[in-house]
Ligand binder design. Structure first.
Ligand SMILES: *[C@@H]1O[C@H](CO)[C@@H](O)[C@H](O)[C@H]1NC(C)=O
Ligand SMILES: *[C@@H]1O[C@H](CO)[C@@H](O)[C@H](O)[C@H]1NC(C)=O
Ligand SMILES: *[C@@H]1O[C@H](CO)[C@@H](O)[C@H](O)[C@H]1NC(C)=O
Ligand SMILES: *[C@@H]1O[C@H](CO)[C@@H](O)[C@H](O)[C@H]1NC(C)=O
Length: 631
């Protein structure tokens, strides 16, 4: 292309120079009959070549006044004027003319030789991909481009022609292929954009795997190749397809009609044996009939008002929508029956061509749902009629729940500080119709969720029942003061919740030295001389505040009570003392191995015993003689 363009420019410039009759010098040179006259015309200008028109030099060369041209060039060197561009241009133009003259000596030159270009092909489920190279053999170099590219497609025929030049020869590339099956010309495309090649994408009339490219098995085309590299990439989309054996094209070759259902060719009187397609269509070479496959639908109502719809109904066509021309979408009163108006008319929502790329239908904002409509139905149609069985979709009218739960309750059963657990009870909403579940959140107020980690859980609605949720022991997120319960469904959450203020219940003595910790414990000296036997009196000094306390719990201990919360020093339970009982108790009995202390904890009625304790050392009196015992 670049070369051709430059050539064209050069010719145009020379022609322009000749046409520029304006300049007297050029005019005079043009009318000069011979070199001598031209020399006298130019003589006055040769002293100042800088101001001389460059066209004059070109003209001298084109007229082939070689001696004069050489003189001018040598003078230009003396005057340091660069004429090389003009000279080269004119010389090239002359040379081209001369070369063309030589080529014309070839009697066939100028007549484009018609050749069949090499090509390769691949397929996916819906398309055939062709690359046509402007050369006869795939691996041979060829023309870089073609002029007048032309592509015609009808039925199963693909024709291409284009003119190209290569190695001083002109070629007319012409390719005509009779494909295995029909193609959709309007949905097919081609492009001459890449160097030396034409890229073509043919849309198959029916999406399926062809066993070969050509209609006639016996046709031999030696510069046709399978496009392996491409086919390997496309094989994924063909997995699950097995090659068909016939098509209307192959059946027509034998004077028969194609039966899709059985993938066989039938005589036209035998279409009655083609399942579902019993009408002979000689023109299309097809046993035809109503469609026999249905599409499916998907739709999500985007209109949150009750009894109103809007949004996009998407039609998902049947994999083998061979003979479907359009898909018609109706309001349905069941998953198979169309809804009718009071005048008995079917209620069509819209009809979409099966060939369009986006099979969808818009339902405008605020479209009312007709009385009695429960489904959307999609029917496959063609010129023979409608497939009786539709694809269906249950209508789901998007709307928020109408009522919040009527109550919420919770009692903290975790005695830990800042920790809560317990059963959350959600009282059922007065109107449960649009509710599918309740969602539980932490709230920073009776109406607003905490800014972070508010979500606790969803709880399924149980028609006519209160529901509950077990909150396992946890620390509520920052700022949480309430529990909130929202009514919810697939379309959203009713913004207004029911709430319950959370009270963090704690057991006594959750930190050291609190008023609910026992103030102290005293232990008398062991009065039992037997080893590992004790007889002591333990006196507990009660807590300053006994409000949360039900009893004190006394244990053997391996260590004294420290600042760390750890129960690991307990070495066995001794006894419990209710707070209203005397806090001075006699202890007599065995001492567990390793016990050097007596520990006292305070304990609440239902939240368990304290984390911290008070203690006193215990020394086991082992003075009794033990020899007899060992016998
Ligand atoms: C394609 O080319 C063939 C062979 O020249 C010709 O018979 C046919 O009519 C052409 N078809 C189209 C669609 O151009
Ligand atoms: C396509 O059709 C046009 C109009 O009939 C014709 O001029 C042209 O040559 C055809 N091209 C091919 C490749 O058959
Ligand atoms: C087959 O190729 C066509 C054209 O490139 C493309 O639109 C379609 O998505 C492909 N099919 C699959 C299953 O990838
Ligand atoms: C057509 O049907 C007749 C009767 O069933 C049968 O004998 C004949 O073989 C069929 N012909 C074809 C081409 O299927």
């Amino acid at each position: 292309m670049l070369r051709a363009l430059l050539g064209a420019v050069a010719v145009a410039v020379v022609a322009g120079a000749q046409a520029a009759k304006g300049s007297p010098l050029i005019q005079a040179l043009e009318s000069a009959p011979a070199e001598d006259e031209a020399r006298s015309i130019l003589e006055p200008h040769l002293q100042d070549m800088k101001s001389m028109e460059k066209e004059a030099v070109e003209l001298v060369v084109m007229r082939q006044w070689w001696a004069l041209a050489r003189e001018i060039v040598s003078k230009s060197h003396e005057q340091k004027v660069d004429l090389s561009f003009s000279v080269r241009k004119a010389v090239r133009s002359l040379k081209d003319e001369a070369d063309e003259l030589l080529r014309t000596l070839n009697p066939n030159y100028g007549m484009a030789q018609q050749v069949s270009p090499a090509f390769q092909w691949a397929q996916n489920d819906t398309s055939i991909f062709l690359t046509i190279k402007y050369t006869v053999r795939w691996n041979a170099p060829g023309a870089l481009e073609v002029t007048d590219p032309s592509v015609n497609m009808t039925g199963n025929v693909f024709n291409f022609s284009g003119l190209g030049k290569h190695s001083n020869n002109k070629y007319k590339y012409f390719l005509s292929i009779n494909l295995f099956d029909n193609i959709e010309a309007q949905l097919s495309s081609w492009s001459a954009a890449s160097v030396g090649k034409l890229s073509v994408t043919l849309r198959k009339r029916w999406a399926r795997k062809w066993p070969r490219l050509l209609g006639d098995k016996k046709t031999k085309v030696n510069n046709m190749h399978l496009w392996m590299e491409m086919q390997e990439k496309l094989d994924g989309s063909l997995s699950g397809f097995s090659s068909v054996s016939n098509s209307p094209v192959t059946c027509a070759a034998g004077g028969k009609l194609y039966c899709v259902a059985t993938d066989t060719c039938k005589k036209s009187e035998n279409c009655s044996q083609c399942p579902g397609k019993t009408e002979a269509n000689e023109e299309a070479h097809l046993c035809a009939g109503k469609p026999s496959e249905k599409a499916s639908l998907s739709f999500q109502d985007a209109d949150m008002d009750e009894h109103q719809l809007s949004g996009e109904v998407k039609i998902h066509k049947a994999r083998n929508d061979f003979d479907v021309d359009t898909y018609a979408v109706y309001w349905g009163k069941s998953d198979f029956a169309k809804l009718e108006t009071s005048q008995g008319e079917e209620m069509l929502l819209g009809e979409v061509s099966a060939l369009s790329n986006d099979l969808d239908l818009q339902i405008p904002q605020n479209s009312p749902i007709p009385e009695g409509a429960t489904h959307l139905l999609v029917f496959s149609r063609n010129e023979y009629g409608e497939y009786s069985s539709p694809g269906s979709l249950l209508l789901r009218d998007a709307a928020l729940p109408k009522a919040k739960p009527s109550g919420l309750s919770f009692e903290d059963e975790d005695g830990g500080k800042d920790l809560v657990k317990g059963r959350i009870t959600i009282l059922r909403a007065a109107d449960e119709e649009k509710i599918s579940e309740y969602s539980l959140h932490w709230g920073r107020s009776p109406t607003r969720k905490t800014t972070q980690n508010s979500f606790i859980s969803t709880v399924k609605k149980e028609e006519g029942k209160d529901v509950s949720y077990w909150l396992s022991s946890q620390k509520p997120p920052d700022g949480a003061t309430h529990l909130l319960a929202f009514s919810k469904n697939d379309f959203g959450e009713l913004p207004s919740p029911v709430s319950f203020q959370v009270v963090d219940k704690t057991k006594p003595c959750v930190s050291r030295g609190e008023d609910s910790c026992p103030q102290g414990v005293q232990v008398t000296v062991d009065e039992n001389p037997e080893p590992k036997q004790a007889k002591v009196k333990v006196t507990v000094t009660p807590a300053k505040s006994e409000e949360k306390i039900e009893k004190y719990r006394i244990f053997w201990g391996k260590k004294s009570c420290g600042d760390d919360v750890s129960s690991s020093s307990k070495n066995g339970h001794i006894r419990d003392v209710r707070k209203e009982e005397p806090l001075e108790v006699e202890l007599a009995g065995p001492v567990p191995e390793g016990s050097g202390h007596i520990l006292v904890f305070s304990s609440s009625p239902n939240l368990g015993e304290s984390d911290f304790c008070v203690s006193a050392p215990f020394q086991d009196d082992q003075s009794a003689p033990k020899a007899e015992k060992e016998l």
